[in-house]
Design a protein around this ligand. Structure first.
Ligand code: NAP
Length: 253
């Protein structure tokens, strides 16, 4: 049990990769807090699954894009568990806007994507850092995306938001390295979580283009997070691509 006695917060931990990450951290003995903005039922089901592992867990409704709610979430986790050691900024949002359809980047899409994917992690991290300092250190993992590196993905602003989160990862790693707070990122490739309203053909194309002949699973993402949180003791400011090799192994012509 690598995380026995530790406390974690996984934003958007009720569904998809967040759920797998939550269960993975709990499986190593961590108490885990999660939040949701819309899907309460899935979050409560995840909490039940976590409790069956013998650790404490709770879910609360908190929109990470609203700073007061992000603060309330972090404070509740620290209050219920008495500490906070691990933060996974997993919550994210996007919608499919073809990159040539620049008019599709409405003010609403631009604002919402940036507010949730960039300002949200800043709000949550800003609230969490004092608790980590109190605990003598911590580990933060931000979920970015291959979209930040490929000029591809669900929308132009989505890739930009995840690139920004990658830059934030590095800045935080430098700023708090001497406080024993490590800050890393995972950059998943296409994962079949229903995250974006993609047609089925996108999944088929992703599998066809994958050097591993498959797409990453939520469990793959969770394994990478667990490594960064527990075993990567000398690692900070890094991004692990959980994309079955797509970004590193460009198609050979
Ligand atoms: N799936 C992919 O192909 C892929 C690839 C690369 C990176 N990612 C990233 O991976 C992360 C997890 O996505 P996923 O694929 O696991 O999809 P998902 O199941 O839809 O997870 C997204 C989570 O974020 C939460 N969330 C969204 N907006 C929120 C807000 N304003 N406040 C609080 N929580 C909010 C959602 O909760 P509610 O539903 O309750 O709002 C949901 O639990 C995201 O950051 C995404 O950008 C996904």
């Amino acid at each position: 049990m690598k995380l026995k006695g530790k406390a974690a917060l996984v934003t958007g931990g009720g569904t998809g990769m967040g759920r797998a990450i939550t269960l993975k951290l709990a499986g190593e003995g961590a108490d885990v807090a999660i939040n949701y903005s819309r899907r309460a039922k899935e979050a409560e089901e995840t909490v039940e699954a976590v409790r069956r592992l013998g650790v404490r867990a709770f879910a609360m409704k908190a929109d990470v894009a609203v700073e007061a709610e992000a603060i309330r979430l972090v404070d509740e986790a620290a209050k219920q568990f008495g500490r906070l050691d691990v933060l996974v900024n997993n919550a994210g949002w996007s919608t499919a806007v073809p990159h040539r359809q620049l008019d599709g980047l409405t003010e609403e899409v631009l604002e919402r994507t940036w507010q949730i994917n960039v300002k949200g992690p800043i709000y949550v991290t800003r609230a969490a850092i004092p608790h980590m300092l109190k605990a003598g250190g911590g580990a933060i993992v931000n979920t970015t995306s291959v979209a930040a590196y490929q000029g591809a993905g669900s929308s132009i602003i989505y890739g930009a938001s995840k690139a920004a989160l990658g830059a934030i990862t590095k800045s935080l790693a430098r700023a708090f390295g001497k406080d024993n707070i490590r800050v890393n990122a995972i950059a998943p490739g296409f994962v079949d979580t229903g995250f974006v309203n993609w047609p089925a053909s996108v999944k088929e194309k992703a599998i066809a283009g994958s050097p591993m002949g498959r797409i990453p699973t939520p469990e793959d993402a969770a394994n990478a997070v667990l490594y960064l949180v527990c075993d990567a003791t000398g690692v900070t400011a890094q991004t692990i691509f959980v994309d079955c090799g797509v970004t590193a192994l460009h198609p050979v012509v």
